[in-house]
Structure formats: structure tokens, C-alpha cells
Design a protein around this ligand. Structure first.
Ligand SMILES: Nc1ncnc2c1ncn2[C@@H]1O[C@H](COP(=O)(O)OP(=O)(O)O)[C@@H](O)[C@H]1O
Ligand SMILES: [Mg+2]
Length: 310
């Protein structure tokens, strides 16, 4: 599988700010790539450079083997874009909006077929300003598809939507992938990346701080799987001192890391032998969000400390 997007040493400087600071990544054709980061991290800047809407300060960028800035006209025929905070004329309806975009691109899609793909047929004739937030985003997706693009760039397509509307957008993203398109998605919802993305990169203050499949990032940077037992702290002490099991107390519960097969059985046997009453147990594993919050938090703590230093 070839690369749809290749980025090497990308830098974007605004006056007094390096918004994107020497980043590298690739996106394989036909995959979903999630570009994650807190507000102000540099996601939209990067996305707009890939779309050919902003020039870069330094670095090499290829999108579908084109230079987005120098060959933007050719690129724009092959990509679909929903900008962050997508808006449209208030008194136009989705059917007319698609006709308008099709005229701009010189394409001839069937508006009802496109609206069907995003489950918006029933609103084909409703004014834009009467659509819900989720319906507006679905229209944005339909518009991004008017030129049958190879890559769809979706900049925070689900921000501010309710859980039901977010799931509807996820279904469209899955369908785009199943059609063999490449999806470049930015989001600050981590579970979204975990559910949808083949690969992710986490950006903070313009630098990529982790990259890989969500599973790889969790395995590499997350805490190991653990057994969480609802029991008094004395059980933790017993496990440590009497059974040689590395137990810790977290949020009033006893936690034991599970590193090997059989660890859980060994721990539960020790719990039974202790005679200490316990309520129940669960197993816990870090999510991408746990990893993200810790990584970004550590970086920001570090930055605060170095700023505070004399
Ligand atoms: N046109 C611009 N001129 C100056 N600074 C900008 C401009 N666009 C974005 N920035 C700054 O660059 C940083 C990254 O912004 P952005 O790429 O929009 O982040 P994100 O999309 O991750 O929230 C922010 O500090 C933002 O204020
Ligand atoms: Mg943004």
C-alpha cells in the first residue's frame, strides 16, 4: 500500500510562534489517520498545509504525490475538505448546496445519493439554518464528497455534537474507509481515535509526542493491565508483606499489575487466604485518553517548571 500523505521536517512559524515544529508522519492510502492534540496544538495549521491552504515555513510535504502549495489546483480536484467550524449559507438547503459545490468542481453527482450516504435524505429540502449540529456536519461530509475524493480531510468533525450525532459521523467515516478512501481526521476525542483510526499521532505544542496504532501507543506508554479489588487497604498491606505481591492503593481500591498469565489467579488465591473481606474485582487497562492526559500533563508540568525557574 502506498502513502497518501508524507510529511518530513514540517515547520510552520507565525510571528513569534512556532506552531508546527519539525514533525514527520505518513498516512497509508486507504487508512484512517487520527491527528490528536489539545486546543492550539497545531492540528488545523498542519491540516491546512496538507490541503494547500497555507504555505509552510520549512519541510517536505507530499499529498497524493503532489506539493499541496505549488500544485494546489491539481490537488483540490482529488481531496474533500470539511474545515473546522464548517458553516454554509443559511437559506440554502442540502440539495442546493450539493448542486452548488458540484458546479464549482465541475462534477455531476446525484445529490440524493450523496445525502443518502450521510443519512441526510430526509433533510434534502430543509434550510441550512434549521439543521441540527450533527446534520450540519453530515452536510459538510456530503459536500466533501461531491468530487469523489481520494482523501477526506475532516478537521474536528464531531466537536460539540451529542453522542448520537457523533456515532452517525463515525459510521460515515467507516464507510469512507471501506470504499478505499483515505481519511485524515483531527479530533480531541481520544476514544474516537481508538475506535476509528488505523494510525494516530499525538501533537502537543507543535511537536509529535507519540505515534503508532492506538494499541501500540497504549502498550508502549500506558500502565500495564491491573486487577482492581474493592477491599480495605489492609488487604494491600497483606498482599505486599505476606504474599510478596506488588499491590498499591489507588482511589481507595487495591490494585495489582497483571504482567503474566496466571497472575490474576495467584492474586485471587492470596486474597482468599488473607481472610480479609472484599467486595469484588475488575480488571483495568489504560485507554488512549489515559495515556494522552498523562503525556500532555507531564509536558505542561515540565514547561511550567522551566518557566518558573529563575
Ligand atoms: N493565522 C495565524 N496566525 C498566528 N497564529 C496562529 C494562526 N493560526 C493559528 N495560530 C496559532 O498557532 C497555534 C496552533 O493553532 P492551530 O493549528 O489552530 O491548533 P489546533 O487546531 O490544534 O487547535 C495556536 O497557538 C494558534 O493560536
Ligand atoms: Mg483546530
Amino acid at each position: 500500500m502506498g502513502q497518501a500523505i508524507e510529511v518530513h521536517g514540517l515547520v510552520k512559524q507565525y510571528p513569534g510562534l512556532t506552531a508546527v515544529d519539525h514533525i514527520d508522519f505518513q498516512v497509508a492510502s486507504g487508512s484512517v489517520f487520527a491527528f490528536l492534540g489539545p486546543n492550539g496544538a497545531g492540528k488545523t495549521t498542519t491540516t491546512e498545509i496538507l490541503e494547500g491552504l497555507r504555505n509552510r515555513t520549512e519541510g517536505d510535504v507530499r499529498v497524493l504525490d503532489l506539493d499541496p502549495w505549488k500544485e494546489g489546483r491539481r490537488l483540490h480536484r482529488k481531496i474533500g475538505v470539511i474545515p473546522q467550524d464548517f458553516r454554509f449559507f443559511e437559506k440554502i438547503n442540502p440539495r442546493e448546496a450539493i448542486e452548488y459545490y458540484a458546479a464549482l468542481f465541475g462534477t455531476d453527482p446525484d445529490p440524493m445519493e450523496l445525502l443518502g450516504r450521510v443519512a441526510l435524505e430526509d433533510k434534502a429540502d430543509s434550510h441550512y439554518d434549521t439543521l441540527s449540529g450533527g446534520q450540519k456536519q453530515k452536510l459538510g461530509l456530503a459536500l466533501a464528497l461531491t468530487n469523489n475524493p481520494e482523501i477526506c480531510f475532516l478537521d474536528e468533525p464531531t466537536t460539540g455534537l451529542d453522542p448520537h450525532a457523533r456515532r452517525a459521523i463515525w459510521a460515515v467515516i467507516r464507510r469512507l474507509r471501506s470504499e478505499g478512501r483515505t481519511v485524515f481526521l483531527t479530533t480531541h476525542y481520544l476514544e474516537e481515535a481508538e475506535l476509528l483510526a488505523d494510525h494516530t499521532a499525538i501533537i502537543n505544542h507543535g511537536k509529535i509526542i507519540a505515534a503508532g496504532t492506538p494499541g501500540e501507543i497504549i502498550r508502549r506508554l500506558g500502565r500495564p493491565e491491573r486487577l482492581v479489588i474493592e477491599a480495605p487497604p489492609s488487604l494491600g498491606t497483606y498482599l505486599q508483606d505476606q504474599a510478596g505481591i506488588p499491590a498499591e492503593i489507588h482511589d481507595g481500591k487495591v490494585e495489582v499489575p497483571l504482567r503474566a498469565k496466571g497472575d490474576a489467579l495467584r492474586v485471587l488465591n492470596a486474597v482468599a487466604s488473607s481472610g480479609i473481606p472484599w467486595e469484588g474485582f475488575t480488571t483495568a487497562q489504560d485507554t488512549l485518553e489515559d495515556v494522552f492526559v498523562r503525556l500532555v500533563g507531564q509536558m505542561d508540568d515540565g514547561a511550567l517548571k522551566s518557566e518558573a525557574a529563575p
